[in-house]
Ligand binder design. Structure first.
Ligand code: HEM
Length: 490
């Protein structure tokens, strides 16, 4: 599976052995769950028994301080402090930064349109996402496509070139007893890259602390620095950003994050929270890595997949373009609120994530012996949710291989089991960055489709070959052509 990828082989295991089955990675047993009710039990109802992901002993500091990796009380404290930084109100502040990165993307795409040649769209979306991360998390303005030698771009590429997920981490999962030995012989290269990012962030923190507050750049790093000591903090029941994002219209004020909302003020912090509402500098630095670890491949793959699907389904592309053109007759520019008006675009976004969920494998560890639907789960077992299987399950998705955005009308969503569609997870441990992901991906798509037509050509691979090691992504890029639209006629 490590060579072939996990997506198809796991679906095959489930088809053969049923919705609760398993496999071994070396000596570690993995229990695969593809039953939506049992998944709901693990993710939400019985959360206190399954609060953690698989222990990743290989992540070096400061990555090991990143929310994705944290466990138990430390996770709870950091998530409580961090969740408000991803609120609707805070996302509004990110719009100008994402807009700047979108302008750079448009310039780069213009050059491809002028050339008339097919090009790797996935590479462009990767550069765009890297520019957004550099800007919102590392306080650095970039054009990574035009400046591949910039130290940030260079180190960013190295970071992904040998991520600690790759062979060495897989060996550690197979043979945990080799961990200590492997740590000693690990190449130092990885440390050089994390040192680069760590020093950059520490440098910026020093600078910001010396600046008067009104001169500080408003980015995610600053939100975290503001939250460092005694900022807002929310409790476990408010951690489920995914559920909130789906349940509330995003044009409404967010009741948790906008404390001014009369409908539901944030609950008063408990004594334990009051005592511990701080982030150490190491933790601040660790959280900046969220964007690289959790936000880079996921967002750039989503943009690429959506564009691939629109290029290969021109009738849907035309419908998005009509919606976007109508939008620009009503508004001069995009912002966090008005982007929610684009209902068909949202359906395309959801359907792209159903067919190609970048985070298709994630799970929890079992904290104490328990039983779910008559099945025993021993303490220490690892549970893996099979998102790939659920998203293609013909019981819930008729004709599952087809791209049909209308599966995501409000009515169709209301008639479906909510736990058969989990691109961002669910429950308190779900994706904290969902609002940023939606904003960033939709801002890119709106601008691309307003200015260009995406055209499938002889270089476009249909069906698309996928890689499915850590995230689900295109195996060899996504090759398309683009042509400019006549904006006077839109
Ligand atoms: C389309 C883009 C994205 C997708 C599909 C995605 C998907 C996911 C998934 C499936 C999980 C695991 C959920 C679970 O275990 O229940 C997750 C967790 C997480 N995501 Fe995202 N994500 C995306 C973008 C982002 C962005 C942009 C950020 C932040 C910058 C982010 C930050 C995180 C963090 C920090 C976690 C771990 C949360 C915790 O353990 O408390 N993600 N994401």
């Amino acid at each position: 599976m490590f060579r072939q990828g996990f997506f198809d082989p796991i679906n095959q295991i489930i088809r053969t052995h049923g919705r609760v089955c398993g496999y071994y990675i070396g000596r570690r047993p993995i229990v695969v769950l593809a039953d939506p009710d049992m998944i709901r039990q693990v993710m939400v109802k019985g959360f206190s028994t399954f609060p953690n992901r698989l222990n990743n002993n290989f992540a070096p500091k400061p990555m090991s301080d990143c929310l994705l990796m944290l466990r138990d009380e430390q996770w709870r404290r950091v998530r409580g402090i961090l969740t408000p930084s991803f609120s609707s109100a805070k996302m509004r502040e990110m719009v100008p930064l994402i807009n700047t990165a979108t302008d750079v993307l448009m310039n780069n795409l213009n050059a491809h349109a002028d050339s008339g040649q097919a090009f790797d769209f996935h590479r462009c979306s990767g550069c765009f996402t890297m520019d957004v991360i550099a800007s919102v998390a590392f306080g650095t303005q970039l054009d990574s496509q035009s400046n591949p030698d910039d130290p940030f771009v260079h180190n960013g590429q190295k970071f992904f070139g040998f991520t600690f997920f790759k062979p060495i981490i897989l060996i550690s999962m197979m043979f945990p007893f080799l961990l200590t030995l492997l740590r000693r012989v690990l190449p130092q290269r990885r440390d050089t890259v994390s040192t680069f990012f760590t020093q950059s962030i520490r440098g910026i923190i020093r600078q910001r602390d010396e600046q008067p507050p009104e001169q500080r750049r408003r980015d995610f790093l600053q939100l975290m620095l503001d939250a460092r000591s005694g900022g807002e903090s929310v409790s476990l029941e408010d951690f489920d950003v995914v559920d909130r994002t789906h349940a509330h219209s995003d044009t409404q004020p967010d009741p948790v994050r906008d404390p001014s909302s009369p409908s539901r003020p944030p609950p008063p912090p408990t004594a334990a929270q009051k005592k511990k509402r701080w982030l150490t500098e190491d933790e601040v630095v660790g959280q900046a890595f969220i964007f690289l670890l959790a936000g880079y491949e996921t967002s750039s793959n989503t943009i690429s997949f959506a564009c691939y699907l629109l290029a290969t389904h021109p009738e849907c592309q035309r419908r998005v373009q009509l919606e976007v053109d109508g939008f620009f007759h009503r508004h001069d520019s995009l912002d966090y609120t008005n982007v929610q008006e684009l209902k068909y675009l949202d359906m395309v976004f959801c359907e792209a994530l159903r067919l190609y969920p970048p985070g298709f494998r994630y799970g929890r560890t079992v904290d104490e012996d328990c039983e779910i639907s008559g099945q025993l789960f021993p303490k220490g077992a690892t549970i893996e949710f099979s998102i790939g299987f659920l998203h293609y399950d013909p019981e819930h998705w008729p004709d599952p291989q087809r791209f049909i955005p209308e599966r995501f009308t409000a009515e169709a969503k209301a008639n479906r089991h909510p736990f058969v569609y989990l691109p961002f997870g669910a429950g308190p441990r779900s994706c904290v960055g969902i609002r940023l992901a939606q904003l960033e991906v939709k801002m890119a798509l709106v601008n691309v489709l307003h200015r260009f037509n995406l055209v499938a050509c002889s270089e476009t691979q249909v069906p698309l070959e996928l890689k499915s090691d850590v995230t689900l992504g295109p195996k060899t890029g996504i090759f398309l052509k683009i042509t400019k639209r006549d904006l006077n006629r839109c």
